[in-house]
Design a protein around this ligand. Structure first.
Ligand SMILES: [Zn+2]
Ligand SMILES: [Zn+2]
Length: 348
């Protein structure tokens, strides 16, 4: 029971410095609850935080680690309404303040005073009161915890797809067939894309993309993505191009694949301090729309969970293995080195 014992929790001290520590199981204060984490999925953001210094406004180290999770409520604090022990829950990883200038304009994903929730890679997690009010959902009966955890990246992808404004009939090209690229492929199909082309260097990942609905898969070690896009669009270029890798080189490549008047969504976050070159001629005479997208709103999280629960978006193929919490450090090492696994579900 919460409050009575110790739990195992992953603490990130800095790049490459991750320790599994014993800490007291948290106790819920007023408005808070404590949940037993039943599944936490790994994410590209975790890998970035583990390999290089990360944006300090997002996380201050040392910090509990991991942000995609779902579990069961074990204890609720005084004044909590609508939740009780035994409820299946998914929450976080962020809650906008709802009062800043951005929140008031409906751009909660850009909130200036956001509350973050880290610590999914642990046996228990405490959900703060504001998080519980703003960004927590009940996980429907029958939906596996590991699939509910993937609502976080899907929420970000849904936000990005809205920014990109994919329209029925569009050809959408995606650079990168990692978990994010594969989610983008599925969302693009639901928004009416007639053809989704996706490029990556790893066949296993491309096969997963194909299995969930991508129409054309391109191993960029063997074929030129730009030649394939030309061939598939009568030489015009893609209506929408989505970069889902997070490197300046692929951000620039995206600009080469889009048609005149088309849209480029630069989705993957690049290392801090980097920049890209844009042809002024292409931007002006080609009327390019080059857009960024960051994070998601609470509504996106809600929609994401319901799309997973209804089976509209398939996330099970993204979870390529399952490991106990103790193995987290070696799981992260292998995600960096081998890139074979898409997502690993950590089962504490
Ligand atoms: Zn994530
Ligand atoms: Zn705000």
């Amino acid at each position: 029971m919460a409050g009575a014992g110790k739990m195992l929790v992953a603490i990130l001290y800095g790049p490459g410095q991750l320790r599994l520590e014993e800490r007291p199981i948290p106790e819920p204060g007023p408005g808070e609850l404590v949940a037993r984490v039943r599944a936490a999925t790994t994410c590209g953001t975790d890998v970035k935080m583990f390999t290089r210094p990360y944006v300090s406004s997002v996380v201050k180290l040392p910090s509990p680690f991991g942000h995609e999770w779902a579990g069961e409520v074990v204890e609720v604090g005084p004044g909590v309404e609508g939740w009780e022990p035994g409820d299946r829950i998914r929450a976080g990883n962020s809650a906008p303040c709802l009062t800043c200038r951005f929140c008031r304009r409906g751009q909660e994903n850009l909130c200036e005073n956001r509350l973050w929730l880290w610590g999914a890679f642990a046996e228990y997690i405490k959900v703060p009161a504001h998080m519980l009010k703003v960004n927590a959902q009940k996980v429907p009966e029958g939906l596996p915890f590991e699939e509910a955890a993937v609502a976080e990246p899907l929420a970000c992808v849904l936000h990005g797809a809205k920014v990109a404004g994919i329209r029925p009939g569009d050809v959408v090209t995606i650079i990168g067939s990692g978990p994010i690229g594969i989610l983008h492929a599925q969302v693009a199909k639901h928004m009416g894309a007639v053809k989704v082309i996706i490029g990556d260097m790893i066949d296993e990942r491309l096969k997963v993309a194909r299995s969930v609905g991508a129409d054309v898969i391109v191993n960029v070690r063997e074929e030129s993505l730009s030649e394939v896009v030309k061939a598939e669009t009568d030489g015009l270029g893609s209506d929408v191009v989505i970069e889902a890798v997070g490197l300046p080189a692929t951000w620039e490549q995206a600009l080469e694949l889009v048609r005149r008047g088309g849209t480029v969504l630069e989705f993957g976050g690049c290392p801090p301090g980097t920049s890209i070159r844009v042809s002024t001629e292409k931007l002006h005479y080609g009327e390019l729309k080059i857009l960024g997208a960051f994070h998601a709103t609470p509504r996106d999280f809600e929609v994401a969970l319901s799309m997973i629960a209804s089976g509209l978006i398939r996330v099970r193929p993204l979870i390529t293995s399952r490991r106990p919490l103790k193995e987290l450090p070696s799981v992260l090492e292998s995600l960096i080195k081998e890139k074979k696994d898409l997502k690993v579900a950590i089962l504490p």
